[in-house]
Design a protein around this ligand. Sequence first.
Ligand code: SAH
Length: 460
Amino acid sequence: MLSVVGIGPGSLDLLTERARARISSADIIMGNERYIELIKAIIPTSAELIIGKMGTEVERAKKAVELGNRKNVVIVSGGDPGIYGMAGLTLEVSGDSDIDVELVPGITAASAAAALLGAPLSNDFAVVSLSDLLVPWPEIEKRLEGLAMMGIAVAIYNPKSKSRTTQLERAHEIFMQFRDGETIVGIVKNAERVGYYSEITTLDDLPDFYHQIDMSTTIIIGCSGTKNIGGRMVTRRGYERKYNYDLGETDSHERGDSVAAGARVWEQSKAIVADIVSKYPLSEHERRVAGRVVFANADPSFMDLIVFKHNPIEKGIQCIQDGQTIITDIEMVKAGISKRYRGNVKCFVNNPKTMEIAVKEDLTRTAAGFRIAKELIRNNIVVIGNAPSTCLELSALIKEGIKPALIIATPVGFVNAAESKEDMLSTGIPCIVIRGPRGGTPSAVAITNAIIELSFVEEK
Ligand code: SAH
């Protein structure tokens, strides 16, 4: 009897009972060193081990078929033997012989990785291997193009090895051609094994993690329905189209959650803020925006610091309704911006060229990010929540004639923050700032989201 047994991703408690039973009654166990090592604890002492190296699979399968006529032979295969494993080859080699080949399925890497990331494969998905040892590379590229175009989640096996490093870069290029850079991507290395590592990132930022990726890594490229929900990668299946429920998609941290207790706190906060802002001689829109800053910081003194110049809110609403881009100084500001508009937000601080420019021109990274964004800044919205140096760079760009449509500037700090914001107020461009050294990401995000909210309300 010959059994081809899937042993799952690694941890023994993810082995099926059937796999365990076949292993414990085996006379001979064959497999490569890594898999044998993983199941060492449950190998019966009476079993003979035949350890094979990568590349000797055909010989091993032939030998297994031959021995299987007389003994209980088990070929162990990582994950599921039918998925890039030993099942197919064993059946091919056994051909017309009488031997009874049994296939015992296992938990494949994609399932194990998916569970560790969240639920990225909840809708249609595909699996592709980047190994060109057995399939010619041009053929793999064709498959990648087709899959990238299809817009379904894709689990990538064999992304990279010591000798194969360029395939992943090429695959990334292909996905970038057809999918949004913001697409969520999950990386899982050594799922259910020693050395486990995982990361949820975006297609744009995947190259930042190449150094983590190896032979024991599975990458899952999400699709447009894939979201980062509370740090978990989830591909929405469509329930949200049929039923009304809150998946954390709204900015619940700002609006209060939908359960009654949360709603009560939210209502009370709103009343307190309304009372505070009513004492200031501001327009209705200005009160809404300033109120959000007071709320975000739980600090009424921001009412004395916020300045609106040249009808900035109306300009902002117009820009948002036209779908214009928002450029932020740091990722944290971008991350805080309402999900309904975040697709239109760009941040260049982690752009591969930023570091080079920063070093060469003696700039901060955020300022270098703005230099890269130069052309995009023209007539779009700029939100600076952190770095005064970015305001200085923006001043220089404005002098060159690169004028944004609206500036929201709340950088924070003892050095240059206050001065840099005064500079913004004197540009003649519609502008909202928090005067003095205070401000920061919460204020920048509060102002921006208040304007986004007004834009959507006004549109209806
Ligand atoms: N038959 C196996 C796949 C063999 S191909 C299965 O069904 O899982 C080998 C590839 O699988 C690796 O390059 C890697 O991409 C993936 N893989 C296997 N085990 C893994 C693990 N524990 N964690 C992450 N990826 C894994």
